[in-house]
Design a protein around this ligand. Structure first.
Ligand code: ASP
Ligand code: MG
Length: 406
């Protein structure tokens, strides 16, 4: 008999009909003898609707009140799902985050979970009931309702699984697993049977939107096996877990990409100590996050510095470095917000040489120019012109044999 935490996202509970489908699934798992704790999001679109309502009164409204408002979305779905389960004869009871013992700090709208007192849930599970817990919310030490930040119900699910010492945390969503890359870009993309926490974290940070980054981090930290599955069709989904010793790892697990970045270059900067700080200090002071950084030393005692920022920060960053460029005597300051980042991710890279050169060769073979490169132990990222994104993804997918029929 296993203890399973299941999470259903907004699309999966988007209508009462879908809620009844979810109830079927939950009731089946319960009937197999497993102990089930379910956590749900608000019905799709509902949280946005609530945000708009609040903004209509006052966009700068008190965060405490905003949390009281936003938390109601999930309160609707826990009640409806519990009713649907009871209608099927499956004993179930709903709990708000606070009632489920989820204690958070008081940072309204982005609260962190401090502790979960699972006594009440355990008692219900021991009595054979399904617990239905509102995602995305908790309560602080003073009893105020808090919310965990958008997309936070993934975090609720993993935190509950850790607190309950669940055997598995299942995230039911509108895709049937984690893919080698986005099937909308490469139709031959393949569902992965398993992927490591580390790889999933890279994929999520690099642009794959299947799971919230914070939830993956937490699952890795508490070693909660996570499974992503479809709430609309049966299938094994993708298991996210630790690397197993002795298991042959595939070289590359996936290709992530995004168009969220922009590139800035300062050329002809005098090559002396303090230059990187002179350029990047004001960027950091403006609260702009920098992703990739490349510095080249020329042979004329000058250097070029290129870095990337989020595309939303591009105009501000360009203004800053134009000003700094004048101050430190750079010969040229340029920027480009039509770039894309492609990344190969795979723990197998650690023990294999030559992956990078194979990647560069594949891109060169279709005439894609690489503008920047950065690597970590399990990832290689390149920046290319954004018109090459689709071609780049498909070329790499092919070059590393990731397609379904290989
Ligand atoms: N309902 C919340 C949101 O839309 C939390 C979630 O869906 O995970 O952000
Ligand atoms: Mg969601």
């Amino acid at each position: 008999m296993a203890l399973i935490v299941q999470k259903y996202g907004g699309t999966s509970v988007g209508t009462t009909e879908r809620i009844e489908n979810v109830a079927q699934r939950v009731a089946q798992s319960h009937a197999r003898g497993d102990r089930i704790c379910v956590t749900v999001s608000a019905m799709s679109g509902e949280t946005n609707r609530l945000v708009d309502l609040g903004n209509a009164i006052d966009p700068g409204a008190d965060r405490r009140e905003a949390d009281v408002l936003l938390s109601t979305g999930e309160q609707v779905t826990i009640a409806l799902l519990s009713m649907a389960l009871q209608k099927l004869g499956c004993p179930a009871r709903s709990f708000t985050g606070g009632q489920a013992g989820i204690l958070t700090d008081s940072a309204h709208s982005k609260a962190r979970i401090l502790d979960i007192d699972a006594t009440r849930l355990h008692a219900q599970l021991d009595d054979g009931r399904v617990c239905v817990v509102a995602g995305f919310q908790g309560r602080d030490g003073d009893g105020n309702i808090t919310t965990l930040g958008r997309g936070g119900s993934d975090t609720t699910a993993v935190a509950l699984a850790a607190a309950l010492k669940a055997d598995e945390c299942q995230i039911y969503t509108d895709v049937d697993g984690v893919y080698t890359t986005d099937p909308r870009v490469e139709p031959r993309a393949r569902r992965l049977e398993r992927i490591t926490f580390e790889e999933m974290l890279e994929m999520a940070s690099l642009g794959s939107k299947v799971l919230q980054i914070r939830a993956v981090e937490m699952a890795g930290k508490y070693n909660v096996p996570l499974r992503v599955l479809s709430s609309f069709e049966d299938g094994p989904g993708t298991l996210i877990t630790y690397e197993e010793d002795g298991m042959e790892q595939p070289l590359i697990s996936g290709i992530a990409f995004n168009r969220d970045e922009a590139q800035l270059t300062m050329a002809g900067v005098p090559d002396k100590p303090g230059i990187a700080h002179a350029v990047l200090g004001p960027i950091a002071d403006a609260n702009i996050e920098v992703d990739m950084i490349v510095q080249n030393v020329g042979d004329d005692a000058s250097t070029d510095l290129t870095f990337t920022v989020h595309r939303n920060d591009y105009d501000r960053a360009l203004e800053i470095i134009q000003r700094v460029g004048q101050e430190i005597g750079a010969t040229d300051v340029t920027g480009d917000n039509t770039i894309a980042k492609l990344s190969l991710v795979g723990v197998g890279m650690r023990s294999h040489a030559g992956i990078a050169s194979q990647m560069f060769e594949a891109l060169a073979s279709v005439g894609i120019n690489i503008r920047m490169i950065s690597t970590s132990e399990i990832k290689i990222s390149v920046v290319v012109d954004d018109k090459f994104l689709e071609l780049g993804v498909r070329t790499l997918h092919e070059a590393f044999g990731l397609a379904a029929d290989e």
